[in-house]
Ligand binder design. Structure first.
Ligand SMILES: C[S@@+](CC[C@H](N)C(=O)[O-])C[C@H]1O[C@@H](n2cnc3c(N)ncnc32)[C@H](O)[C@@H]1O
Length: 315
């Protein structure tokens, strides 16, 4: 089942049942990057400090709605201070079109050309507010937006923070295992020898590795696949229906499979074109999508109709 709540995220979060959400997968509007065309949207705050304050407030409002075991997967890309330029960088735009965003000028503490480091600032603010930051996942894009810069490398990644309410939480690592490499399989067969050990740090780490590769259980587990790493290489894919950046389905499938039990509820407070709902549904999870802009709910409905059939949509 996919349910839509149309309107402002703060108004709609209040309507959710306490202790009901298993998992949140979301990508808020990035600060200063684009205008989604409706009053009341996040991301257009005059300073990044106000934006971060709003994100922290949103997480506070979400907290009682989450189960104690819940996981939150927060995707956020960084941007540069663009000085006096008023057009946006093309980071999230299609075909270099300007969708009417006014770039915020240089502000206190951030110089022209500085990387603003908003994803990190948001994570630190949430950590200071009591949340656990459990992983910094790098979404590596092999097909990044071209940039005309010559004085720094081209940006080809965004971050996904895995955030939790508690120390212990639902996480199904088996559901997202990666294939074991040939090198590891060989090591399993031939054992861990002195030469291989020399390539690693001495002392404690060597003992750990000897134990790790020594036990039969460890060998058996390693052959079934390895624990998913925190760098994920996934190409961006344009969504025909939406002119804003949408999640690639492959990006959020691991979040949902590992972070939400089957039959559970995934919330996306910035639902956009409904990708979280589609992937949740394809993996036997329910979804609640909050979205301010009615046009985007129409787009999401069309996609859901095309990809899943209309029967499981409720608004
Ligand atoms: C980056 S997009 C999300 C895209 C989505 N991940 C997808 O795959 O389609 C952010 C969305 O947040 C919505 N939004 C902005 N401010 C909002 C608010 N105050 N309440 C609810 N939604 C809001 C925008 O309309 C936009 O659709």
């Amino acid at each position: 089942m996919i349910s839509f709540l149309q309107g402002d995220v703060f108004d709609n979060i209040k309507k959710l049942e306490d202790n009901s959400i298993d998992c949140v997968v979301t990508s808020p509007p990035y600060w200063g990057l684009r205008n989604y065309g409706v009053n009341g949207q996040l991301g257009l705050e005059p300073t990044y400090q106000e934006h971060i304050k709003n994100i922290v407030e949103l997480f506070r409002a979400m907290k009682p709605k989450l189960k104690d075991s819940a996981t939150v997967w927060l995707n956020y890309g960084d941007s540069y201070s663009s000085g006096k330029r008023t057009s946006t960088t093309n980071q999230t735009l299609r075909g270099n079109k300007n969708y009417g965003v006014t770039r915020t000028p240089v502000q206190e503490g951030i110089k022209e050309k500085d990387l603003i480091m908003i994803p990190n600032r948001i994570a630190i603010a949430l950590q200071d507010d009591g949340w656990y930051i459990r992983s910094e996942i790098i979404w590596h894009k092999p097909n990044p937006m071209p940039e005309s810069v010559r004085d720094r490398p081209t940006n080809c990644h965004e971050k996904i923070w895995l955030i939790t309410k508690n120390k212990k939480y639902y996480y199904n690592s088996d559901a997202i295992k990666e294939p074991t490499t040939e090198a590891t399989k060989q090591r399993m067969k031939s054992g861990w020898n002195g030469n291989q050990k020399k390539n690693y740090a001495s002392g404690e780490e060597q003992n750990h590795l000897s134990n790790y590769f020594g036990s039969d259980k460890a060998k058996e587990n390693a052959l079934k696949g390895r624990n998913k790493r925190n760098v994920w290489t996934i190409t961006t894919k344009p969504c025909k229906e939406a002119h804003f950046a949408t999640f690639p389905k492959d990006l959020i499938e691991p979040c949902i499979k590992a972070g939400c039990p089957e039959g559970g509820i995934v919330l996306d407070p910035f639902g956009g074109s409904g990708t979280t709902g589609i992937v949740a549904s394809q993996n036997n999870r329910n979804a609640i999508l909050i979205e301010l802009n009615k046009d985007y709910i129409d787009i999401a409905n069309k996609r859901i109709h095309k990809e899943l059939g209309l029967f499981n949509v409720k608004s």
